[in-house]
Design a protein around this ligand. Structure first.
Ligand code: CA
Ligand code: CA
Length: 231
């Protein structure tokens, strides 16, 4: 009798543990919204600083500079450090040129790109954000933007969740096309470029609930059966 009661307690405890583990697992999965690539430019180069991705530019190399950055949109405790600083160039030759960053989104969906930016009065003031599904052909996303005069505290955010082709895509790429500079030294600074998404394997909340209620039913059935055996 005493042993039987003990077994029942153990069964109940293991079911509770199972539920707790499932809830924990679901919560951890939901927390997998993650940065896929971050450029903070603090080491004054175009190499990615967290995650993986490549960033290239077709602006004249002499007009690809680095200047004081910002903590606006900084992640993972990154310092303000440096920012990418892009100049119009001689004869404003860099109007129409771009920076392009390729980031594989394999395993992720709900892609969001954000960065901090500021521009001088004669810098690029009409910049177009674009995305690409194949890394070759780029498509405008939203209207051209004009950078604020100072970084401020809010980043520019491009929420690409409606572009399902960007989900789980090894060839996903993003581009900023710069236009409107009116002097050779007019410039835009860009800092803390972040490409982020959510894990494609996140269980839907309804799935987790169904799983839980299924487990609940299973437990009740087992319990009934064992009760019968116990009697
Ligand atoms: Ca920085
Ligand atoms: Ca770097």
């Amino acid at each position: 009798m005493f042993i039987k009661a003990d077994f029942r307690l153990i069964r109940r405890l293991s079911f509770n543990l199972m539920c707790a583990a499932l809830l924990f697992f679901t919560a951890s999965q939901a927390a997998l919204a993650d940065e896929l690539a971050i450029w903070n430019f603090n080491d004054s180069d175009l190499n990615v600083d967290h995650g993986s991705g490549t960033l290239i530019s077709n602006l004249n190399v002499v007009n690809l500079l680095f200047a004081a950055g910002t903590t606006n949109n900084a992640r993972l405790g990154d310092a303000a450090g440096q920012a990418l600083s892009l100049q119009g160039g001689t004869g404003v030759a860099n109007n129409g040129r771009n920076i392009t960053f390729n980031v594989s989104t394999v395993g992720f969906s709900n892609i969001v790109v954000s960065f901090a930016t500021q521009g001088t009065s004669t810098g690029f003031n009409s910049n177009q954000f674009q995305y690409s599904l194949d890394g070759i052909n780029f498509i405008d996303f939203g209207p051209p933007y004009t950078p604020a005069a100072v970084f401020g505290t809010l980043p520019l955010v491009f929420t690409l969740t409606s572009i399902v082709g960007l989900n789980n895509n090894p060839n996903a790429a993003f581009r900023i096309v710069f236009n409107g500079a009116t002097s050779s030294t007019g410039n835009n600074r860009i800092d803390n470029i972040v490409v982020e998404g959510t894990s494609a394997t996140i269980p839907e909340p309804t799935t987790a609930l169904l799983l839980l209620s299924g487990l609940g039913g299973l437990y009740k059935m087992r319990n009934k059966r064992h009760k019968k055996n116990d009697d």
